[in-house]
Design a protein around this ligand. Structure first.
Ligand SMILES: NC(=O)c1ccc[n+]([C@@H]2O[C@H](COP(=O)([O-])OP(=O)(O)OC[C@H]3O[C@@H](n4cnc5c(N)ncnc54)[C@H](OP(=O)(O)O)[C@@H]3O)[C@@H](O)[C@H]2O)c1
Length: 392
């Protein structure tokens, strides 16, 4: 189905899960920043909550309301048929997400989400990539702090280095922030699913075509002191390195042999060791159902850090890129990574898919492949920094 045909759908963008914590922030961002004439709607399972949200939004009368529930696949199909772009915050995605991906792939609607769950992304590739390519749907996962700054930051760094040579990029993440009930639930769910995650990754490898004549890797990175950023570099087993590697597989610009390593950067060793111990304890506790239930009760869905805490939060991802005898230091930085900036990245990615002139592509795509420069420009204009700190 051509993108032109989809132009006659009633909405350019539909935001599903608009009444949740990040969903509400995203709706507020869209209400404040969407260009005039954008046809958009909020969607969710409770019409009453949606109407209450719409009343609070500037220009609310012009915003559509659609009821849809993940337990009702027909409602998700209707939602996809009514939209050119569907943006969903309804997670954990491995539990709630598949029917909407299927509906978008089948009806040719573009789809984006906030998942950081590798198992979900791998399962969706195996089950829906082929159909999405047939209908022209772009399925773009991880459009929040997971993995926009890392994926677009690595892309931005590569663009500063020579073409046609082997490239090495290391990313160092620093954050000061708290998280919401939804994110905590997704993380616990993720920790409890280790074997299923590995099985989904194996299945994906069986389906994914081999990369011929080029290499793109993101090997596990060991802890070390990194003098180039003056901090302890700890392995950060998030979805981000996988996403960066997929961008490198898809785009020739990453060169004939690309390697990415992903770290948390921590200045003081005791803090670094404390962080490793805390994550380790959560992973162990998540394996034991009563402990997992007790932990889930600590932060309820819909709850999240206060506006004051979010205003004090920040992130910085520093990259060191090397190749062809050149070395470049770059940085992507901004405010509260989990919520304010995630809502901004998510909303701008939805607008980018709906409105910008982008490279032709369909199927499961990363943010760098689907939107690349256009999304970097949007995020810069919205106050997120992409900069070259030094060249050697
Ligand atoms: N990538 C990132 O960096 C990043 C950052 C933040 C969050 N996230 C992810 O984003 C997701 C949302 O986080 P959050 O903090 O906003 O969570 P949340 O506040 O719990 O919101 C979840 C949303 O899902 C909706 N929902 C739940 N069950 C549903 C159903 N059966 N049918 C339709 N809608 C349903 C909820 O609707 P109701 O309002 O009706 O309850 C709510 O709108 C999580 O998966 C989280 O991990 C990712």
């Amino acid at each position: 189905m051509s993108r032109l045909k989809r132009a006659d759908r009633p909405y350019d963008v539909v935001l599903f899960g608009a009444t949740g914590f990040v969903g509400t922030l995203t709706a507020e961002y869209l209400a404040a920043h969407a260009p005039e004439g954008l046809r958009w709607a909020i969607a969710g399972r409770s019409e009453e909550k949606l109407h209450r949200l719409r009343e609070r939004l500037p220009g609310g009368a012009g915003i559509g309301v659609l009821r849809a529930d993940v337990a009702d696949p027909a409602s998700l199909r209707r939602l996809a048929e009514h939209a050119r772009v569907v943006a969903t915050t309804v997670g954990p995605y491995v539990t709630y997400g598949e029917e909407l991906v299927a509906a978008c792939a089948d009806t040719g609607a573009d789809y984006l989400d906030l998942t950081g769950e590798p198992e979900f992304v791998d399962l969706m590739y195996v089950r829906h990539d082929v159909r999405a390519r047939e209908t022209g749907a772009r399925l773009v996962h991880a459009c929040g702090f997971d993995s926009v700054p890392h994926d677009l930051g690595a892309y931005f760094t590569v663009r500063q280095l020579p073409e046609g040579v082997p490239l090495r990029v290391d990313g160092y993440v620093s954050v000061d922030a708290a998280f919401s009930g939804g994110t905590f639930a997704s993380a616990l769910n993720q920790f409890a699913r280790g074997p299923r995650l590995a099985a989904a990754a194996r299945d994906r490898r069986r389906h994914e075509p081999r990369l011929v004549g080029r290499r793109a890797s993101a090997p596990p990175a060991g802890p070390r002191f990194a003098p180039e950023v003056g901090a302890w570099a700890l392995p950060l087993p998030t979805i981000d390195p996988q996403i960066v590697r997929r961008s490198a597989r898809a785009l020739e610009r990453y060169g004939p042999d690309f390697r990415y390593r992903h770290y948390a950067a921590v200045r003081r060793l005791p803090v670094a060791l404390g962080g490793v111990a805390a994550v380790g304890a959560l992973v162990v506790a998540a394996q034991v159902p009563p402990a997992r239930r007790w932990l889930s009760g600590r932060l309820k869905p819909g709850e999240g850090p206060s506006a004051e805490k979010r205003a004090r939060s920040w992130f910085s991802v520093r990259f060191v890129g090397e190749g062809g005898g050149r070395r470049v230091f770059t940085e992507v930085s901004g405010g509260d990574p989990g919520y304010g900036e995630t809502a901004k990245m998510f909303a701008e990615a939805a607008l980018c898919l709906a409105l910008d002139d982008l490279p032709p592509a369909a199927g499961q795509l990363t943010t760098a492949v689907a939107m690349g420069d256009a999304l970097i420009e949007r995020l810069r204009a919205a106050g997120i920094t992409f900069r070259v700190a030094a060249r050697r």
